[in-house]
Write a protein that binds this ligand. Structure first.
Ligand code: CA
Length: 309
């Protein structure tokens, strides 16, 4: 009798257990049930602004709080600019100023050879504002065409105000860069002390005063940052947004006009060739015409934005 009952109980247990398992399976949410199987177009891999990402040529971007754009974490590198030149055949802009034999002048140099050695991850220099526009237009067209970015996104330079935000400044959005030029002193990329501490960035420290450096040109005494000329991007600690070289290495072109009169464009951040505290202030602007005034310190950084921004 006991054996009979055990034979009867086992099938019942299996039957009830199977029923309960089926009930649970049916009540569980269907995973990814609304994902289409066959998409007719390729979704861009790019941002859903704002989110960190890496573009098709290895440039990294991060959001900057208070802006609606993504900032390139590095200055545009030699390898990035070389990819643009290779694809477009753009000729180097003429009239670059550089150092030869302790003479600062127009020696026929260009971004390809600015008068000193550069590796592929150094920031490109010797580019004017018009060059930066051509680079951004090429990269925008390329990545829209490849559906790497959505059709409503574009690369461009940061505006002067966006650059200030990315440098940690709290400037008013209204007004031209000229109105805010040197609005405060003593705000440097590393803080408020002078001179820059060690590892603050690439400025004109004593390493810069080599045989090619004019003997009457000053450098920052007691500063050795390890680089006589440009340095690979990412050689120094980033700022609070994860951006490198917002002070030093190369000056960075901005998108908008410096004022309403001259048609010049602002440059921000100072460079490896600067030793004067005024020039290294984050609120200091150089302003030069878009088609010329390029030298071995003029580079750029790009942002990804919506065209209306
Ligand atoms: Ca240096």
């Amino acid at each position: 009798m006991r054996r009979f009952l055990s034979r009867l109980v086992l099938p019942i247990v299996l039957l009830v257990g199977g029923f309960l398992l089926c009930s649970f399976w049916q009540s569980a949410p269907a995973p990814e049930s609304n994902a289409p199987d066959n998409r007719e177009h390729v979704e861009p891999r790019s941002p859903a602004l704002p989110a960190p990402w890496t573009n098709s040529i290895g440039m990294r971007f991060v959001p900057v709080e208070g802006t609606e754009v993504q900032f390139g974490v590095w200055d545009v590198r030699v390898r990035d600019y070389a990819a643009f030149v290779k694809a477009t055949g753009r000729k180097p802009s003429q009239g670059m100023w550089s150092l030869r034999g302790q003479r600062y002048g127009q020696h026929g140099d260009s971004w390809k050879n600015p008068g000193f050695d550069q590796g592929p991850t150094h920031p490109v220099c010797g580019v004017n504002w018009n060059d930066t526009q051509a680079f951004c237009a090429w990269l925008t067209d390329k990545e829209r065409g490849e559906k790497v970015i959505a059709a409503d996104l574009q690369y461009r330079l940061p505006t002067d105000w966006e650059w200030s935000r990315a440098a940690g400044l709290n400037e008013p959005c209204e007004g031209r860069p000229k109105d805010k030029d040197e609005s405060s002193s003593g705000a440097y990329a590393w803080g408020s002390s002078w001179p820059p501490p060690e590892k603050a960035g690439n400025y004109a420290g004593t390493d810069t005063a080599d045989d090619a450096w004019p003997r009457n040109w000053k450098v920052i005494e007691n500063l050795r940052d390890g680089f006589a000329r440009t340095s690979p991007v990412g050689s120094f600690p980033p700022n609070q947004f994860g951006l490198y070289d917002m002070g030093g290495n190369v000056w960075q072109w901005c998108q908008d006009d410096y004022d309403d009169v001259r048609g010049t464009k602002p440059l921000r951040g100072g460079s490896w060739a600067d030793s004067v505290s005024r020039f290294l202030s984050l609120t200091f602007r150089l302003d030069f015409s878009p088609q010329d005034s390029l030298d071995y310190t003029t580079g750029f950084r790009v942002v990804l934005s919506r065209p209306s921004k």
